[in-house]
Design a protein around this ligand. Structure first.
Ligand code: SIN
Ligand code: FE2
Length: 219
């Protein structure tokens, strides 16, 4: 008989794969783990045709997070404002289409979060390096607020700031690790959210990067 020290320790809170963050919002820990290689290969295909870029906010600031898109619409920002555009302004071409592993994962995660029949038409891909952050915002440029947002985290862990419906609501700090998926919709569809400055680290697949996929139904 072997004695295993770990048998006697209480389970980590992170052991529960599903955590409700708010009504209509759920964290599905490790949900995308088994798909990580396929998802990252697809990110490589997308960035080969629609390279990473740093968008300019309407206020004229360069965003520290690098972004690109795939799907029928891409989320873009420039001096004129935020919008969904069927054309990549950098290339003048349509965005790359949604890769099959993206569509499959997004639909499965949405269903696991309580949203059946989710068919995204847009995926914003964010790349964070140590020190980069995404300030509190709402995802409100989509036409149909009945569809949820599905967000997939890959690479270095991040602190997700998950607030309320008012900007002043103090956000919860939620650790998002490789393979974690957050789904928010319904009463939480317009919550303010963001990412705290990324801590450095060395991820086996992504080194010093964090990549986030957010699936939306833009139209
Ligand atoms: C976003 O709000 O667009 C991205 C959130 C994240 O990077 O987890
Ligand atoms: Fe967002």
């Amino acid at each position: 008989m072997t004695f295993d020290l770990f048998d006697s320790l209480p389970p980590e809170p992170d052991d529960d794969p599903t955590e409700t963050l708010a009504p209509g919002a759920v964290l599905l820990r490790r949900f995308a783990r088994d798909d990580d290689q396929a998802l990252l290969a697809a990110v490589g295909d997308v960035t080969a045709s629609a390279p990473w870029r740093h968008l300019i906010t309407p206020g004229g600031l360069r965003m520290s997070v690098a972004m690109t898109n795939c799907g029928s619409y891409g989320w873009v920002s420039d001096r004129a404002g935020y919008r969904y555009d069927p054309i990549d302004p950098d290339s003048g071409l349509p965005w790359p289409s949604l890769p099959a592993p993206f569509l499959s994962l997004a639909a499965r995660a949405a269903a696991a979060g309580g949203y059946d029949g989710f068919v995204p038409d847009a995926c914003l891909i964010n790349r964070y390096l140590p020190g980069t952050r995404l300030s509190l915002h709402q995802d409100r440029d989509e036409q149909d607020m009945r569809a949820p947002i599905v967000s997939v985290s890959l690479g270095l862990p991040a602190t997700f700031l998950f607030g309320g419906l008012r900007r002043a609501d103090r956000p919860a700090r939620v650790r998002l690790a490789h393979g974690d998926v957050v789904v928010w919709g319904g009463p939480s569809r317009l919550v303010f959210h963001g990412i705290a400055p990324l801590a450095d680290g060395d991820h086996p697949l992504l080194g010093h990067e964090r990549i986030n996929l957010t699936f939306r139904k833009a139209r």
